[in-house]
Design a protein around this ligand. Structure first.
Ligand SMILES: C[S@@+](CC[C@H](N)C(=O)[O-])C[C@H]1O[C@@H](n2cnc3c(N)ncnc32)[C@H](O)[C@@H]1O
Length: 233
């Protein structure tokens, strides 16, 4: 059971979770971290489907790629936080009068609850023909390809790292295929040594490649984001 252990009158009340029968120590820790995470609270207050939304918000605040009128592909988009942010920032619903209207195409292995302003499809990005299918849905070039894809954890750090790099490389190849000159590629990677080849590849294709850990990314996680801007075409 969750209980409030701090004194009365304090603004930021810390929630402590007691261990309960049937709940492992790791899930107790996870629950306690969720209940005390300011980004989880903000996501609830601001109507985002998850705290991940703040990672793309912070990356976009720094690099400004989600501009009104931009055409965005979001790979691994479930439950939809990044798509929600993109819809607002690229003006997909035309809510910013006088500004260009953008588009958002979201892809995930899982079904995603509809998001007004986004076109969502359930697809394994690594399956045969996925690239061609995405290009067909897109119906033209994109300004931004972003990927928050993560393979289900195997529990083995190095295996997970190699899997995420494979997803990331596949996403980069899609980006090379569909990005407009000057476009941006954003992808989650896990620090762990095998990302050198990816960096080399991106440096050939983009004018700038930055590796960033936004404040919303948990400090105890090895994830970071690569933001490659200025696609050379
Ligand atoms: C961390 S979540 C994405 C969170 C999302 N950015 C948001 O803001 O809600 C990673 C997603 O990648 C998806 N994913 C992993 N491998 C995939 C694949 N091969 N094809 C499509 N989606 C994939 C997972 O299903 C999962 O929903």
């Amino acid at each position: 059971m969750a209980k409030n252990t701090s004194g009365r009158g304090q603004r930021d009340l810390k929630v402590k979770v007691k261990t309960a029968r049937g709940r492992s120590l790791s899930s107790t820790r996870w629950l306690q971290r969720q209940l005390n995470d300011p980004y989880v609270k903000r996501a609830q207050a601001e109507g985002y489907r998850g705290r991940a939304a703040f990672k793309i918000l912070e990356l976009d605040d720094k690099f400004r790629f989600l501009v009104p009128g931009a055409r965005v592909v979001d790979l691994g988009c479930a439950p939809g936080g990044w798509c929600q942010v993109a819809v607002k920032r690229v003006n997909a619903l035309g809510e910013k009068p006088g500004k260009r209207i953008g588009t958002v195409l979201g892809i995930d292995l899982q079904e995603v609850e509809p998001i007004a302003g986004a076109e969502l499809h359930q697809l394994d990005f690594m399956s045969d023909g996925a690239d061609a299918q995405i290009k067909e849905w897109l119906g033209g070039k994109a300004d931004v390809v972003m990927s928050d894809m993560a393979a289900a954890s195997s529990g083995h750090k190095q295996t997970d790292h190699l899997r995420i790099i494979a997803l990331c490389e596949a996403a980069a190849h899609l980006a090379f295929d569909v990005l407009e000159e000057g476009g941006t590629f954003v992808a989650k990677v896990l620090a762990g040594g095998a990302e050198g080849e990816l960096q080399k590849l991106l440096k050939q294709k983009f004018t700038k490649v930055a590796n960033v850990k936004p404040p919303a990314s948990r400090s105890d996680s090895s994830e970071k984001f690569v933001v490659a801007t200025g696609f050379r075409g």
